[in-house]
Design a protein around this ligand. Structure first.
Ligand code: NAP
Length: 308
């Protein structure tokens, strides 16, 4: 290894899509001396071993974090308190503890109270993902040119924040810091509500009586197909996101329902101008996303179909 590693030992608690992607990129870039991995089930840990995602494998999170300079909680958001409580007695003084959860205020509330003095807790969220999960799903380029949002609190250790920022940048990410509550509101708009809408529309189609399931499959190219990609995401992860970002999700859902009602009214009263105005405004958003480099101008957002 030519470069000096950022951390001598990294512990990954949870080794699904995000944990395994971190493993791939830190190995490719030589960012850590060694990786210890733990997962809740023996099955996932065995698979992680087969894939060579770590240098050490531990049945418990507490064993995995021993001597680690950085610990990343890569399990669903709702597991934060139990993981923090379990690892606290084994954490090395001066270690950085962080996470990758899609919700931030709840993770801070769950984990920070358990952190021993001298351990630096900084919550984080790589805004990058796919609809796949598990240790086979990860890949080294997942974080490339995507944003990782860190949500440090006022008492954060500046050196620890600088080190964690450097780590994510070395993984290929752009790093931004943000207040945790603001993060949760922003992500409710950009991620959590689109996910809920996808689950809802796919479920509505599945429950229809007058349109058959086979018709839904056969003619799915008409927009429905794009929703099914999101609706195929991991149910545990998304259950936890909704429950742990309750107030922001309910706030944005409320606004969404009001806007939907306005559209419903425009259709009922034949107000074509109102519809045209909304559809013209929204058309520019995708162009803006492409302009800031967060998408490519290709059909189906350049992604393969699920299962391919
Ligand atoms: P994943 O592929 O489903 O993997 C989850 C991992 O967490 C597995 O190792 C699993 O262990 C473990 N786990 C599940 N429940 C647990 C529990 N109650 N206690 C301890 N460990 C548990 O998940 P992921 O997609 O990598 O997501 C992990 C985190 O990243 C989540 O907090 C999510 O919000 C966040 N995130 C996800 C995405 C995305 O697109 N998927 C994007 C950004 C951030 P077993 O398999 O052994 O049960």
């Amino acid at each position: 290894m030519s470069k000096k590693p950022i951390f001598e030992k990294l512990a990954l608690i949870g080794i699904g899509l995000i944990g395994s992607s971190i493993s791939h990129v830190v190995r490719r870039e030589g960012l850590v001396g060694s990786i210890s991995v733990s997962s809740r089930s023996e099955k996932t840990l065995t698979r992680a071993k087969e894939l060579g995602l770590g240098d050490e494998y531990a049945a418990s999170a507490a064993d995995a974090v021993k001597d680690a300079d950085c610990v990343i909680h890569c399990a669903p958001v709702g597991a934060g308190a139990a993981i923090a409580e379990a690892i606290a007695p084994e954490l090395k003084p001066g270690a950085i503890v962080t996470d990758v959860g899609s919700v931030k205020a709840s993770v801070i509330a769950q984990m920070k109270p358990h952190m021993p003095k001298g351990v630096h807790f900084i919550a984080g969220h790589p805004v990058a993902g796919t609809e796949y999960s598990g240790p086979d799903a990860g890949f080294a380029s997942l974080f490339e040119n995507r944003w990782t949002i860190l949500t440090p609190e006022d008492d954060v250790d500046r050196d620890a924040l600088a080190t964690l920022t450097k780590f994510w940048q070395a993984c290929g990410a752009n790093v931004e810091t943000m207040d945790a509550t603001h993060h949760d509101l922003v992500l409710a708009v950009t991620s959590h509500i689109p996910q809920l809408i996808s689950y809802n529309i796919v479920d509505t189609a599945a429950n229809l009586e007058t349109v058959t399931q086979s018709e839904v499959m056969k003619y799915s190219a008409g927009g429905f197909r794009d929703f099914t990609r999101l609706a195929a995401s991991d149910p545990t992860m998304w259950r936890d996101v909704c429950l742990h970002n309750k107030s922001a999700v309910l706030e944005i859902l409320g606004r969404f329902s009001e806007d939907l009602t306005a559209m419903q009214r425009a259709i009922r009263w034949g107000d074509g101008d109102a519809l045209f105005e909304i559809f013209t405004r929204t058309r520019h958003i995708r162009k803006d996303i492409i302009a800031v480099g967060q998408e490519i101008d290709a059909p189906n957002f350049g992604r393969d179909e699920p299962g391919e």
